[in-house]
Design a protein around this ligand. Sequence first.
Ligand code: AMP
Length: 226
Amino acid sequence: MRKYVIMGVQGSGKGTQSKLLADDLDLVHISVGDIFRWHVKNHTKIGAQVRRLVAAGELVGDDLVEDVVRERLQLHDWNYGFVIDGFPRNRRQTEFFLESYDIDGVIHLDLPDEEVRRRVLARRLCSQCGMDYNLIAHRPEVEGRCDVCGGELVSRADDSPDALARRLRDYHSKIDPVIELFRRKEYVMTVDARADKYTVQQSIRDRFNLPPFDPARGADPAQVQG
Ligand code: AMP
């Protein structure tokens, strides 16, 4: 049984790395953000409670988050373990988690703010069909135009330098103390997230003594996003 928490700033590749790890080792990837988005999309009672907070990128209350995590883990569909992503996000959630569950470790994807800026500010979105691009990793064939529909490529409103600077400040003020709490329990393995995704995946496995990564068995790269 392998139980991990994965932490890292936006753009550090948490989603990609969780998926590569989970698909190959039969772990369940639990994204708390995805659970809330599912509730919003399906108009559940929880969805109604969190809709505005999720849309504004503000944190949902700790009681509700803890209930959702507890219920998700009570499903016990994780025979071989799990990778949890997006949780815990503050001191109280961390204490709840440490008291309630044993974990094998915390995967901390370390990406300097400067590299986050470079990656996030390169993101583009087709204004017509919504297809995602990235001027570093996934360039359109014709500059500024969508390969699929020819629509104009634009930046997301919340990918402006100001909005990103705010998000980075917010991240450090909330998450650095969480990492520190886990570090005191000697759970944290910090991995340099600047390398390409397969190298990062291999570093995670080296740090946790996991079976080596075989890219041929990895998830389809087109299906996973950072
Ligand atoms: P994410 O995809 O991880 O950025 O999560 C999307 C949204 O879900 C966040 O902006 C919050 O509104 C909510 N959320 C996800 N995880 C948590 C958490 N651990 N604590 C509070 N709110 C959360």
